[in-house]
Design a protein around this ligand. Structure first.
Ligand code: BES
Ligand code: MN
Ligand code: ZN
Length: 494
């Protein structure tokens, strides 16, 4: 998708769809006003006749308006005039793209010529996120089914300034789209080694990437992670990504740890067939971590950061681990594997321990599509936040507000630890149906070694079908990338 910033009065063509914001109550923005004048009151007439009020997300098409050489003008509702902010501009950009993409127009002109300077870049950001489409495996799609819009122009008061302000947002969009691309890939393509290769390729951004294979992980004693992968023909991998952007390259890093189960069949505790294809996106946590590292490098963030990705495939075969097996984690703690489908926490147990042991980070945040129970608790928009540290939680919740990636904090009551006590080992890997996401969090906490730590259960938010936000098309969301990038930018840079 090509994105350019142009002056408000730049000439359009008959292949162009122009989108203009309209506020609640049918109040015209300056851009809408200009269209109204050029069309001899066409905008006001169109609004007068129908139900369009300018409420958020509403759209109204003026096709082939007299007086303007454009294919159509799209009126996009942006809600209350006084509440229209940069976030609103982003949504406006995304809504505009969604409304125009199948219209036949080849160019979308998003008009914000009189808006504050930060609005046009944010609208461009919204349009880029909205335009994401995973279509690399479609070979026979009819042209009329493909999006018609191939270029987006943002009309801004100062196009050069807007373009410069868009650069960091564009780098962030690259990172979000990188994460979405990983999540969208099917598991026959994106197995642990292929995932590791794609992370290794991020060295071109200035990241340092090490890939550990099974031999190295065996030496480190990662029996929990390796147990999950032992039923797979694919080799398990641990990807370790470092960004050294702080003035002191030895300063303690912030750390992100991701669950990268490239496919989760459940193992011997096999999942039902219905919906199992969803488990290709059980690596959404690792994808988000890769995306965050991409984002930090992309904008040369003044911070040291580490990403640790546990990459495995959970398969049932003759070598697979059995319910009842006891594994020894790198921490030395033993785990009775009651259910091989509770595999994410086993992967994270070793990835978290390795991370704190090697890097002594300022904090660790893990991201994981960990439990179906979080979907029952929070629905499809909120990810669960679990933490042993109130400051870290507050900072995460603030970043969540700023980016529109919703989090909800849940407790980690010590008395629930009883549910994961084992008769024969230090703990067992499931705690029953009651508070399933919480007992998973309590399990992970045992591997944070007392460091400030937070766990984001993103099983609810990693994949959207149907979509609930115009900047997030159906499918992979890239949830977590913007959130954690914002967290670092707001609180942890030099
Ligand atoms: N990957 C799943 C969790 C999941 C479910 C993610 C639905 C996305 C959508 C995880 O490995 C799992 O199987 N969890 C079990 C845990 C149970 C066995 C304690 C679950 O949630 O049912
Ligand atoms: Mn599972
Ligand atoms: Zn899983």
């Amino acid at each position: 998708m090509q994105i350019n910033f142009v002056a408000g009065e730049a000439k359009a063509s008959s292949k162009t769809a122009v989108s203009v914001p309209v506020f609640e109550g049918g109040v015209l923005s300056p851009a809408a006003e200009a269209v109204d004048q050029a069309t001899g009151g066409g905008v006001a007439r169109a609004i007068a006749g129908g139900r369009f009020t300018g409420a958020k997300g509403q759209v109204l098409d003026l096709v082939a308006p007299t007086g303007l050489d454009v294919q159509r003008v799209i009126l996009v509702g942006v809600g209350d005039k006084d509440a229209f902010d940069a976030q609103g501009a982003e949504t406006f950009g995304a809504d505009s793209f969604q409304a125009a993409k199948g219209s036949g127009a080849e160019v979308l002109r998003i008009s914000l010529p009189a808006a504050p300077a930060e609005f046009p870049p944010r609208a461009a950001f919204g349009a880029r996120l909205a335009a994401y489409r995973f279509d690399k495996y479609r070979t026979t799609e009819k042209p009329e089914k493909k999006p018609s819009v191939v270029a987006v122009e943002i009309a801004a008061h100062d196009p050069a300034a807007a373009s410069a302000a868009f650069a960091p947002l564009s780098a962030l969009a690259d990172a979000v789209l990188f994460a979405r691309g990983l999540v969208s890939e099917p598991a026959n393509i994106l197995h642990p080694e292929e995932f590791a290769r794609r992370v290794k390729a991020l060295e071109s951004l200035g990241l340092e990437v090490e890939i550990l294979g099974e031999a190295e992980m065996t030496k480190l004693g990662m029996g929990a992670l390796l147990g999950v992968g032992q039923g797979s023909r694919r080799e398990s991998q641990l990807a370790v990504v470092q960004w050294k952007g702080a003035a002191d390259p030895k300063a303690p890093p912030v750390a992100f740890v991701g669950k990268g189960v490239c496919f989760d069949t459940g193992g011997i505790s096999l999942k039902p067939a219905d919906g199992m294809e969803d488990m290709k996106w059980d690596m959404g946590g690792a994808a988000a971590v890769a995306g965050v590292m991409h984002a930090l490098a992309g904008r040369k963030a003044k911070v040291n950061a580490v990403g640790v990705l546990g990459l495995v495939e959970n398969m049932p075969d003759g070598n697979a681990q059995r319910p009842g097996d006891v594994v020894t984690s790198m921490s030395g703690q033993t785990i009775e594997v009651i259910n091989t489908d509770a595999e994410g926490r086993l992967v994270l147990a070793d990835a978290l321990w390795y991370c704190q042991d090697r890097f002594k980070p300022r904090f660790m945040i893990d991201l994981a599509t960990l439990t179906g129970a979080i979907i029952i608790s929070l629905g499809n928009d909120y990810a669960g936040l679990f933490s042993n540290d109130d400051d870290l939680s507050e900072n995460l919740l603030a970043a969540s507000k700023a980016t529109g990636e919703p989090l909800w904090r849940l407790p980690l009551p010590a008395q629930y630890e009883k549910q994961i006590e084992s008769m024969i080992a230090d703990m067992k890997n499931i705690g029953g149906r009651a508070g399933g996401s919480i007992t998973a969090g309590l399990f992970l906490q045992k591997f944070a070694n007392g460091l400030p730590w937070a766990h984001l259960d993103i099983a609810s938010t990693a994949w959207k079908k149907p979509s609930t936000a115009s900047s997030i098309p159906e499918g992979a969301t890239g949830f977590g990338v913007r959130l954690l990038n914002q967290l670092v930018a707001d609180k942890y840079e030099d």
